[in-house]
Structures are given as structure tokens and as C-alpha cells.
Write a protein that binds this ligand. Structure first.
Ligand SMILES: O=C(O)Cc1cc(O)ccc1O
Ligand SMILES: [Fe+2]
Length: 436
């Protein structure tokens, strides 16, 4: 799979033909009377038809059969996905989850069956809000494809490579890479070993690159490093296929007698993509003080209020730390945004050993948090020389302007919530020297 070909760019107009069918893309028009190779033309709209050009997203798919050739949808039972944010009483406490369980061999669970919702806010019907899920699977999705009617998935693999077949072609996504599968796109995930990761879902809006302001035209996640699949199709006739739709927070399944991965060629600017976090160009203070973590924003999903994110995807990559006369780790703070963090590998700088790969933390709106006692003591006394930090680590944050509610699965069923978390700050004593 590593010889997969990708198309580079961000938000561009791409086009791709499976090399087995040269000329499959119609010339000069989207919907000819008869398409080349007897294909059907189908538009996938990711924005209102009339959205301003800068936000307008759609793709044209040239496929063996149109998507509509399926039997009626029924409820898909094997799922703990929820958007019921009132399952639990609100809880403002700092939360830390130990690593979520990988499936045991006899559990045999695929990506869709393994989806569990941890927390979220808002709902898909009004296209406002987000949900944070985790997956932990050990089986490939055989003859089964998923699409999300509610919004876009940002998938962060933490253990195990994902081989993702989409209508647009294939993506291989390793830990320390992320991928975005937008609303409506059918995909199936193959795994070769027990695999785990995090998912940020945003309802009815899309991720964009953050503006760079005074940084200039380059830096942070550069557009050329976003990789899109090349067209690939399979002919699987008379083969039962399950299509699962996440619709208004619930999963539904329908049957069809052929593969949905039958798109021979496509063009447009609404295409799934992946990004390697190691490609992020880090900008930071080279003089003094600790910059706000917004400098590490990879992708943002903006609300209607300029500069305010429904969700930012932020990373804490390996980098040089050079600030002088500065407490270098994250500062103590209280935030009007919600901060959900995960760890792909290594240790998080503000809590060495206190937060494990495959686990998570949630610091809710205005809930105080910051470095633990060990981190504070060390950083207050360390001799400041230029040094590498976060080497061999990758922590990330989903930051949202919305107040997040934790689900029953997140608070109880998963049995990973650590009641001792608050203790990491209890030893922070007064160092007040008083008036001299
Ligand atoms: O709380 C956290 O660990 C995330 C975070 C990191 C940082 O460098 C500054 C602020 C912040 O919220
Ligand atoms: Fe924070």
C-alpha cells in the first residue's frame, strides 16, 4: 500500500482518473448526455450550491453505478455513538482518562462497531457543534462502508496504520498522520493489528487552514503537504455490501449488491485528505515568555464569529525551546474555551508521566489547569539553555468555544476516568515571600 499515489494541495481543484480508464473524465462539461465508459455522473455537494466561491465545495464523481441504488436504511444496532449530551450531570472537574482499551483478539470489532462517543456539544440537525469519539478495532471493514451525513471526521490514529478506501481512492494513514473524511464521503477502514485513535467530528462545517496574519505567506501546516487520494475503483458485482450512514447522531445500515468504491474518475475541491504532523513548521517565541498554543494550530473549523473556533486541531510538536528568563512550560490558566487533549506518543511537557499515550484529558470552560507540581518545580529552577523539547512525543488538543458534555460511556462505562487526577496539583504550595 505504501506505493499509493497522492495529489498535493489544500482546497484546490483536483482531478483524477484511474489509469485503467484513461479519458474517463468528461471534457468541457460535468454531465454529458453519455459519460465515457458508460459511467454515471454524480455530484457530491459539501456546501450549499450558492455558498460564496471561497467556501464552495463540491466534487463530480464518475462511477459505475449511482449511489442511489441501495435498499432502504434500517437502524444499525452495534453502536455506542451518541449525541445525547444530557446523559450525565454537568461536571466541571479536570478529567484524565487512562488509555482506552484495545480490543482483545476474541472481540473482533471493526472501526464502525468500535466507535464510542466521549464528549461533545451541539447537534447535527442545526449544523452546530462537535463530538469527540474514540475507536479501538482489530478487524477490517469487509464489504461495509461508512459515511457521515452529520459532518466531517478528523481522524487521529494513535496505534496502528489505517488503510482507508474512499470513493476518491485510497489513503494510508499512520500514527502521527491525520486524515479528514468529509460529510457524505463513503469509506472503509482496513487494519492489520489492534488499532486505536481519536476522532473529532464537526457538524455541517469544514476544516480550513488558519490565517497566518503577520507570520506571512508560509508556515505552520503548509498547503503543499496535504495529500489527497488518486482515483481507484473496484468492480464487485453481485456482492452484498453494507452502507452505514451516521445520520442525526445514529447509525443506519442499508444493503446494496455492489461495491460503493466504483468511482473511476473524479474532479472537484471536495476531497478527503491526510497530513503528516511531522511536516508542521513550528513558529514560537525566540525571546521570552510562553506563546499561546494557537501558534500550533494545524486546522481550524470556524464558527460564524470571526476568529472563534467550533474546533481547532492543535499539536505540540518536537521543537527547540530557547526563551530566556521564562517559565517555559504551559502557564497556569483558565480558559473560556474547552480543551480536550490526547497523546499519540511520548510524554506531554506539562505532565511528564501523568498522561499516557492513548489516554486523554479534558479541561472544561474556566476549569483551572496547568503544569503539575513536578513540572513547576523543575521549570522554576532549571538553567535555561536552548534545548529540544517534546522530542519523540506528539500531544494534541481539540479546542472548542463550546462547553463539552461527557457521555455516560466517557464518565462511567469505559472505566478509564482517573479520580486521582486532581492530586497532581495538590502539592503546589505557596512560595510567597511577603512584603520585604
Ligand atoms: O492546557 C494545556 O496543556 C494546553 C496548553 C498549552 C500551552 O502551551 C498553553 C496553553 C494551553 O492551554
Ligand atoms: Fe490549557
Amino acid at each position: 500500500m505504501s506505493d499509493l499515489k497522492y495529489l498535493r494541495g489544500f482546497g484546490s481543484e483536483f482531478s483524477s482518473e484511474d489509469p485503467r480508464c484513461p479519458g474517463a473524465l468528461p471534457h468541457g462539461q460535468n454531465s454529458p448526455k453519455k459519460c465515457p465508459y458508460g459511467l454515471y455522473a454524480e455530484q457530491l455537494s459539501g456546501s450549499a450550491f450558492t455558498a460564496p466561491r471561497s467556501q464552495n465545495r463540491r466534487s463530480w464523481l464518475y462511477r459505475i453505478r449511482p449511489s442511489v441504488g441501495h435498499k432502504p436504511f434500517e437502524k444499525f444496532e452495534e453502536s455506542i455513538l451518541t449525541h445525547d449530551w444530557s446523559e450525565q450531570e454537568p461536571d466541571p472537574n479536570q478529567m484524565r482518562w487512562n488509555p482506552f482499551d484495545l480490543p482483545l483478539p476474541y472481540e473482533n470489532v471493526d472501526f464502525v462497531e468500535s466507535l464510542k462517543t466521549l464528549c461533545g456539544a451541539g447537534e447535527p440537525k442545526t449544523k452546530h457543534g462537535l463530538a469527540i469519539h474514540v475507536y479501538a478495532c482489530n478487524k477490517s471493514m469487509r464489504n461495509r462502508a461508512l459515511y457521515n451525513s452529520d459532518g466531517d471526521f478528523l481522524i487521529v490514529p494513535q496505534v496502528g496504520t489505517l488503510l482507508i478506501t474512499t470513493e476518491f481512492g485510497k489513503l494510508q494513514v499512520d500514527p502521527n498522520e491525520i486524515c479528514i473524511i468529509q460529510q457524505g464521503m463513503r469509506f472503509a477502514i482496513d487494519v492489520t493489528k489492534p488499532s486505536r485513535g481519536y476522532i473529532l467530528e464537526v457538524f455541517g462545517r469544514h476544516f480550513t487552514l488558519p490565517d497566518l496574519g503577520p507570520i506571512g505567506a508560509n508556515g505552520l501546516a503548509n498547503p503543499r503537504d496535504f495529500l489527497h487520494p488518486a482515483a481507484w475503483y473496484q468492480v464487485q458485482d453481485n456482492q452484498d455490501y453494507e452502507i452505514i450512514s451516521k445520520y442525526q447522531g445514529k447509525l443506519f445500515v442499508c444493503q446494496q449488491s455492489h461495491s460503493p468504491f466504483d468511482v473511476v474518475a473524479w474532479h472537484g475541491n471536495y476531497v478527503p485528505y491526510k497530513y503528516d504532523l511531522a511536516k508542521f513548521m513550528v513558529i514560537n517565541s525566540v525571546s521570552f515568555d510562553h506563546c499561546d498554543p494557537s501558534i500550533f494550530t494545524v486546522l481550524t473549523c470556524q464558527s460564524d464569529t470571526s476568529g472563534i473556533a467550533i474546533a481547532d486541531f492543535v499539536i505540540f510538536p518536537p521543537r527547540w525551546s530557547v526563551q530566556e528568563h521564562t517559565f517555559r512550560p504551559p502557564y497556569y490558566h483558565r480558559n473560556c474555551m474547552s480543551e480536550f487533549m490526547g497523546l499519540i506518543f511520548g510524554e506531554y511537557e506539562a505532565k511528564k508521566g501523568g498522561f499516557q499515550p492513548g489516554g486523554a484529558t479534558l479541561h472544561s470552560i474556566m476549569t483551572p489547569h496547568g503544569p503539575d507540581k513536578n513540572c513547576f518545580d523543575f521549570a522554576s529552577d532549571e538553567i535555561l539553555k536552548p534545548c529540544r523539547i517534546a522530542e519523540g512525543t506528539q500531544a494534541f488538543m481539540f479546542e472548542s468555544c463550546l462547553g463539552l458534555a461527557v457521555t455516560k460511556w466517557g464518565a462511567e462505562t469505559c472505566e478509564k476516568l482517573d479520580p486521582e487526577y486532581f492530586k497532581c496539583w495538590q502539592g503546589l504550595k505557596s512560595n510567597f515571600t511577603g512584603p520585604q
